[in-house]
Design a protein around this ligand. Structure first.
Ligand code: T3D
Length: 261
């Protein structure tokens, strides 16, 4: 499938999705939402894809919902239904993708763009990146999973502050608050992300995916239930090629050759 609003490629186990509407700082129109969903489903279905990188072209990561599209909506338009059919599916597909997703946050990210960035597993930000919960500026509440992801990452007080002030949070503050894993000079961003993605794409992909399942699932479990959930999931990891390869490589004092299964 050729795409209008995103670039997508799969090279050496790394799937790269780049939002490509730079004239609007990669604001989401419906086409970009559905093309992104299609790209994620390709990553899900292709065993050759072992890691995913999401980024934006130009100076933005994503400015959230395209507000020019909002102006042309009919009166009967349901934002709730738009969320259910679009952003909600995108966030769930990202969280349920059992392969690591890195958000390479190249610039400003606002509104639903923040939701997409926070649905990734690892966030590496350029020093030029910033985060704005711009919803309240247009009279909305945070969506795209942010009431869940943001409060868990940085706590209620900071999340609520970000939501009601809609102030721009710098990359440095985002790092201090635990919103991103690292901040690097903008000219080094893609090199740093490539090093991460190469390493993840040659790692034990099944275990990386099961770790995501276990940690996401644990959010709604108590300790006893989490222990049982871990035991069940570890049973799956314990039957993998990569587990026996990892153990053999350790005993034989050599680098493991993981197949991701
Ligand atoms: O509707 C539903 O389905 C519900 C879902 C809601 C989810 C949401 O995401 S709601 C929040 C929507 N997003 C925003 O409110 C952010 C709007 N953008 C901004 O506040 C600013 O652009 C930024 C703070 C992100 C960046 O500011 P700055 O000064 O660096 O750039 P700029 O000059 O404002 O923008 C550059 C261009 O991008 C500009 O176009 P122009 O004038 O050069 O032709 C601007 O209009 C365009 N742009 C930026 N954001 C959007 C956008 N165009 C459409 N939609 C946008 N969201």
């Amino acid at each position: 499938m050729t795409y209008e609003t995103i670039n997508f490629e799969l090279v050496d186990g790394v799937a790269r999705l780049t939002f490509n509407r730079p004239e609007s700082l990669n604001a989401f129109n419906n086409t970009m939402i559905f093309e992104s969903l299609d790209a994620i489903s390709r990553v899900h279905n292709d065993p050759a894809a072992r890691c995913m990188v999401i980024s934006g072209s130009g100076r933005g990561f994503s400015a959230g919902q395209d507000l020019k599209d909002v102006q042309s909506r009919e009166e009967s338009f349901s934002i709730g239904e738009h969320l259910r059919q679009g952003y909600n599916r995108l966030v769930m597909e990202m969280v349920q993708l059992e392969k690591p997703i890195i958000a390479a946050i190249n610039g400003v990210t606002a509104g639903a763009g923040c939701g997409i960035a926070l649905a990734a597993d690892i966030r590496i930000a350029s020093h030029r990146a910033s985060f704005i919960l711009s919803f309240s500026r247009v009279g909305l509440i945070p969506d795209s999973g942010l009431t869940w992801t943001l409060t868990r990452l940085i706590g209620y007080a900071r999340a609520y502050e970000m939501a009601i002030t809609a102030e721009r949070i710098s990359a440095e503050k985002a790092l201090a608050w635990g919103l991103v894993n690292d901040v690097v000079p903008s000219e080094q961003l893609m090199d740093v992300v490539s090093a991460w993605s190469r390493s993840l794409a040659t790692g034990p992909t099944l275990a990386f995916g099961l770790t995501k399942r276990a940690m996401t699932g644990a959010a709604s479990l108590d300790l006893r239930e989490s222990l049982e959930y871990e035991a069940n999931i570890q049973d799956i990891a314990g039957r993998s090629h990569d587990f026996s390869e990892g153990v053999d490589a350790f005993i034989e004092k050599r680098e493991p050759k993981y197949q991701g299964k």
